[in-house]
Ligand binder design. Structure first.
Ligand SMILES: *[C@@H]1O[C@H](CO)[C@@H](O)[C@H](O)[C@H]1NC(C)=O
Ligand SMILES: *[C@@H]1O[C@H](CO)[C@@H](O)[C@H](O)[C@H]1NC(C)=O
Ligand SMILES: *[C@@H]1O[C@H](CO)[C@@H](O)[C@H](O)[C@H]1NC(C)=O
Ligand SMILES: *[C@@H]1O[C@H](CO)[C@@H](O)[C@H](O)[C@H]1NC(C)=O
Ligand SMILES: *[C@@H]1O[C@H](CO)[C@@H](O)[C@H](O)[C@H]1NC(C)=O
Ligand SMILES: *[C@@H]1O[C@H](CO)[C@@H](O)[C@H](O)[C@H]1NC(C)=O
Length: 420
């Protein structure tokens, strides 16, 4: 898990690009003409775009070798400058592409139908920061049964984040910055160079029936990370990666994760909180009906010891989560301090309050099925363990809860875990 760079997504640069796009493309929108009925009724009546929207009509070749970046950029310009609902088509085939800067604002609502495979070039010079980046675009959908393949194995060897905590970040695969009303459905995200899906400053995002896969030992391949975002729903999504399946960063509110699976990976995490100044609260997170299997953590909340900002983590409900051989199924850690980058004061400015773990059952790969490691100066408050039954499956030790500075209550919890 790397927190460096999560807050910025090349925002300044992309704002400049966005202004450039506004001047050149979005301002010269074609006259709206009614066209055939569109699939989604958002953004006004459909119009004829300024050119084709099927990328193979714009020079893209699904041969896995021809660089098809310009074809997709052209389709985007055609769609973004039109009105009504526009549908960009990426048919079956293997399309090699470099960085895609899909900037708005657009005058249309865009659907990208992805049935082919997008392959991210292994040439790192082709990227400024991310691979496929939506910036200031509202009302769009990506759907289909295609794959967004970062081709991480070509570059994972260049990841130095295990040696240097402020390492250079490799390109994230799919990035949404300052986006409102988006959905990602059906597609597969595979072998990202860094994170698979990153949401920054987004609102009303739905991720549904998406599969995210990378080897369990691939570096920093988080499944979905979000920060400074609101109303994000993740459902029926399977994530097997080398880092956090889902991580929820500062400034995020109203997240629902339902009917999803995680593992291998580092679990469903809130945090890390408190690394930077001016971080905002994390509030109202709901994780229901999920399975976590063979992951290093299950449900985790972590904040830096000696945190740099004062914020709250509050109103979290975890309900009906099945653990299958998870190393630390339930873990709150207010003393997180990787690579000794903080001073070991035991103190925190991150308030952890009103956290419910309910109907959490299954197996733990270590004896420590419940860990509540809260700060000396700021105990975790209102923590509830309700119907929690986790068992260590190893032989040389017994199931236990390790709890410090946590206040709340346990009900219907196996007695070795009832530490509240
Ligand atoms: C987002 O969707 C809602 C509901 O359809 C709509 O009212 C709102 O205007 C949309 N927001 C933007 C920024 O387009
Ligand atoms: C939250 O996002 C969902 C899409 O996932 C949308 O249907 C819903 O209207 C949004 N809620 C609010 C309050 O905007
Ligand atoms: C997604 O993953 C699930 C579970 O591994 C699998 O059953 C399903 O076929 C996958 N879907 C796609 C579209 O690959
Ligand atoms: C829970 O999630 C599973 C998939 O993991 C799904 O099959 C089932 O329908 C979900 N149950 C509810 C009540 O949503
Ligand atoms: C459980 O997890 C441990 C540690 O990750 C692993 O070594 C072991 O093989 C797993 N056991 C099973 C039954 O999958
Ligand atoms: C049992 O597990 C706990 C927690 O991981 C550890 O501190 C302790 O040393 C273990 N005891 C034995 C006998 O292995």
């Amino acid at each position: 898990m790397v927190d460096a760079g999560r807050r910025s997504n090349g925002a300044a640069l992309m704002v400049a690009l966005c202004v450039a796009l506004l001047g050149t493309v979005c301002a010269t929108k074609p006259a709206a003409k009614p066209a055939a009925a569109a699939a989604v009724d958002v953004g006004g009546p459909p119009s004829v775009p300024a050119g084709p929207l099927d990328i193979t009509k714009l020079g893209a070749k699904g041969d896995g070798k021809t660089d098809s970046t310009q074809a997709i950029m052209q389709a985007w310009k055609n769609a973004c400058g039109a009105t009504g609902t526009q549908k960009i088509v990426i048919p079956e085939g293997n399309f090699l592409i470099g960085a895609l800067e899909l900037s708005g604002p657009c005058t249309s609502s865009i659907i990208i139908r992805l049935d082919g495979n997008l392959l991210g070039t292994g040439d790192l010079n082709a990227y400024k920061k991310n691979w496929i980046e939506f910036m200031r675009v509202d009302n769009f959908a990506v759907n289909g049964h295609g794959t967004i393949d970062g081709q991480g194995p070509l570059v994972w060897g260049k990841n130095e984040c295990n040696k240097n905590y402020n390492c250079k970040i490799l390109p994230n695969s799919l990035v949404l910055d300052y986006v409102t009303n988006a959905s990602i459905r059906g597609v597969t995200l595979k072998n990202a160079k860094f994170f698979h899906l990153n949401l920054f400053n987004c609102k009303n995002v739905l991720v549904e029936k998406v599969n995210i896969t990378a080897p369990g030992d691939s570096p920093n391949t988080d499944g979905i990370h979000m920060g400074d975002s609101e109303n994000v729903t993740i459902k029926s999504t399977n994530i097997a990666v080398g880092d956090d399946c889902i991580s929820i960063g500062p400034g995020t509110k109203h997240v629902k994760i339902h009917g999803s699976r995680c593992g291998p990976g580092h679990g469903i995490s809130v945090g890390s909180l408190g690394r930077y100044k001016d971080e905002k609260d994390v509030e109202d997170i709901e994780v229901t009906n999920c399975t976590i299997k063979g992951a290093t953590n299950g449900l985790r909340i972590k904040s830096y010891e000696d945190s740099k900002s004062q914020l709250k983590a509050t109103k979290f409900v975890y309900d009906q989560v099945v653990m299958d051989n998870v190393s630390y199924p339930i873990i709150i850690d207010q003393k997180y301090c990787p690579n000794n980058i903080c001073s070991k004061t035991g103190l925190s400015k991150v308030t952890v309050n009103d956290i419910v773990f309910k109907n959490i059952v299954g197996t733990s790969a270590t004896p420590e099925a419940v860990t509540l490691n809260c700060a000396n100066n700021l105990p975790c408050q209102g923590v509830q363990l309700v119907n929690v039954n986790l068992k260590y499956t190893g032989t040389h030790n017994k199931t236990m809860a390790v709890c410090h500075n946590a206040v709340g209550k346990s009900s219907n919890v196996v007695k070795e875990l009832a530490c509240l």
